[in-house]
Design a binder for this molecule. Structure first.
Ligand code: SPV
Ligand code: MN
Length: 612
């Protein structure tokens, strides 16, 4: 290590920091080690490093670059993401784990010499705004300048803040190596591993580049944060945070949890509203109010179907000079193209499969699209016109409502308000969603996904839900909870809503938290009145909203709901859950059974509940 780098480490005055770096150097054997501080020069160095080592290439537009992940490294690899555990655990959910010594031995053998001839980059970050009671500190070591650059866009640099640790080991540690590169992408995908040590707050990730696998600070840190939150009585959630703008300049802050690629970013980006964060929120109780921060400062978003009509704000940022990393899109003549951009797409260029031309097939004879379904953009939130003025507030924003949603084509209605907080926790805990391209594996399979957080829950499910149930103790204001479903289809297999309709659901909920609308009580919760939605459709979208549409969208598919309850009863039968949750499940099932007996129908019109 050069003197200057040593000096930068010395100034932190933290032997734990020095120890983990020394161990990583001994194991990975880099040709060079560079410590990156918060200085402009250091950050510029890193940006150039990604271009010099070929992980990123410049595009035509100023500040834009392209990065490709390997053909088989296009999403989170759940199977090879494991907890390092010293003993067997029963968390009530599928836990992917490996015996700690065995796992460490295996992954260390992959790390051994993995940085030979390469540069090791050392970076310091804050998860959340600096100088905030919410925030955590994180140390990232990587040989991928793309990873270090992405984290620069997505998180807050915090070398200076590490000095405030005053020598304590209270930070998360992430070691990553992309492994051997071939044409700029990780070559040994069969040896891709992401191992998480919850006891020591350390994560090891090797032979990969896709951000969900490689960036310690994203979903790997999230798993560590969930455990910490559960021990300390706060919440770390897979949630957006947004300012919802009601009439007369009123702003109510909402959070919302959705599985990957199921509408989380698109809700946070609904036009007329402001965004605080789109992926991971930390929630704490402060002076009797739930407040939340975005632990990130950028967006790693899905680019598929981003276009000037549906996502005007993001689209604008993607066609304006500024710091943007595109990944796994099509590049032709230095210009990025992707499916669903509503523009003419050239019939050749380079993409995640290498040189591409229309009609190119994979080894199974399947046509390779111009861009991957999980292709992404990485940009700073402050590149967006709709960033909320409190996005970096160390005190966070006060939360008035929480949304939960899944990709459910046949059962749950577009929006429902919970009867109580406990019922809302129940609604979140019973989210079901069809799998998407954000993770490797089959798409379109219905899966139970509590709080849209199944992939990341790092404590027993019962403990996690209990933590939610008791979160409102001592609160002055209890947020309302909503379950949404943007993906309901009719019998002909057609979506019953248009993309933009979610703006109406959002503004209805905003009215509700400000005591503006009445609601109709149904067995599954409180639903909007037709008249209110009709007013909102005109106000927000300038659209007529017919009774027939309301009827199609809000009729209670009671048989389908009962089938869902059967699935839930089966799942939760074998899980140790808090009594309050079990009661909610029982009560929900009873209410549905009663309604079915009373009306004797498969599907009950929402107007029927008006007369109760
Ligand atoms: C998600 O898959 O939930 C994402 C992208 O937000 S990543 O976790 O980075 O794969
Ligand atoms: Mn996510």
């Amino acid at each position: 290590m050069k003197n200057l780098n040593l000096q930068k480490l010395k100034e932190l005055n933290n032997r734990y920091v020095v120890n983990v770096i020394q161990e990583a150097i001994q194991l990975c054997k880099p040709a060079k080690v560079t410590v990156i501080t918060d200085s402009k020069e250091d950050i510029a160095y890193l940006r150039d490093a990604a271009l010099n080592n070929g992980e990123e290439k410049k595009l035509k537009m100023e500040g834009h670059t392209i990065h490709f992940d390997g053909y088989h490294d296009q999403g989170r690899d759940k199977a090879n993401t494991r907890y390092l555990l010293s003993e067997d655990v029963n968390w009530g959910i599928k836990v992917n784990s490996i015996e700690k010594d065995k796992g460490l031995k295996e992954i260390n053998s992959f790390f051994d010499g993995s940085m030979a001839g390469k540069e090791m980059l050392v970076r310091f970050f804050s998860l959340g705004p600096t100088n905030s009671v919410f925030s955590l500190k994180a140390l990232q070591i990587t040989d991928s300048a793309y990873v270090a650059h992405s984290e620069d866009i997505l998180y807050r640099s915090a070398y200076e803040d590490f000095k405030e640790l005053k020598g304590s080991p209270d930070f998360f540690f992430f070691l990553h190596s992309a492994g051997r590169l071939e044409n700029g992408v990780s070559a040994n995908i069969d040896k891709r591993r992401m191992y998480i040590d919850l006891d020591e707050n350390k994560v090891y990730s090797v032979n990969n580049q896709y951000a969900g696998n490689s960036l310690g600070l994203k979903k790997l840190a999230f798993r560590l944060a969930i455990k910490k939150a559960n021990e300390e009585g706060w919440l770390a959630e897979h949630m957006f945070i947004m300012g919802v703008h009601g009439p007369n300049g009123r702003i109510s802050y909402f959070t919302g949890a959705y599985p990957s690629a199921c509408g989380k970013t698109s809700t946070a980006m609904i036009s007329g509203q402001t965004v605080v964060g789109d992926d991971i929120a930390y929630l704490k109780k402060i002076d009797g109010v739930i407040r939340a921060i975005n632990m990130e400062s950028g967006i790693f978003g899905i680019i598929h179907s981003v276009n000037s009509e549906d996502d005007p704000v993001i689209y604008q940022a993607l066609v304006t000079p500024g710091e943007v990393i595109f990944s796994n899109v099509l590049i032709n003549n230095g210009v990025p193209y992707w499916e669903g951009m509503k523009k003419d797409i050239p019939n050749k260029g380079s993409n995640f499969s290498g040189e591409w031309s229309e009609g190119k097939k994979d080894s199974q004879g399947k046509e390779i699209p111009c861009s991957h379904k999980n292709a992404r953009y990485t940009l700073r939130l402050n590149e967006l016109k709709n960033v909320d003025s409190k996005a970096n507030d160390p005190d966070g924003v006060p939360i008035k409502a929480i949304f939960y949603g899944g990709r459910d084509s046949d059962t749950t209605i577009p929006i429902v308000e919970s009867l109580t907080w406990a019922h809302g926790v129940f609604l979140g805990a019973t989210v079901e969603s069809e799998t998407t391209a954000a993770t490797l594996g089959t798409r379109g399979v219905r899966k139970h996904n509590p709080m849209a957080n199944l992939d990341f829950i790092s404590v027993p499910l019962g403990t996690y839900i209990e933590n939610h149930l008791k979160f409102t103790n001592d609160l002055k204001v209890i947020p309302k909870i909503y379950a949404t479903n943007y993906f309901l289809k009719n019998e002909a297999g057609k979506y019953v809503n248009e993309k933009m309709d979610k703006r109406v659901w959002l503004l209805w909920a905003e009215g509700r938290v400000c005591s503006e609308f009445e609601a109709v009580e149904t067995p599954v919760g409180l639903i909007p009145k037709y008249e209110d939605l009709r007013t909102l459709f005109v106000r927000e979208l300038n659209k007529d909203y017919a009774k027939a549409e309301y009827l199609q969208q809000f009729s209670l598919r009671v048989t389908k709901y009962l089938e869902k309850m059967e699935r839930m009863i089966k799942i939760f039968e074998n899980i140790e859950m808090p009594a309050a949750f079990t009661e909610e499940l029982k009560a929900q099932n009873e209410r549905l059974k009663l309604a079915k007996a009373k009306y004797g129908e498969e599907t009950i019109s929402p107007f029927k509940f008006l007369d109760i």
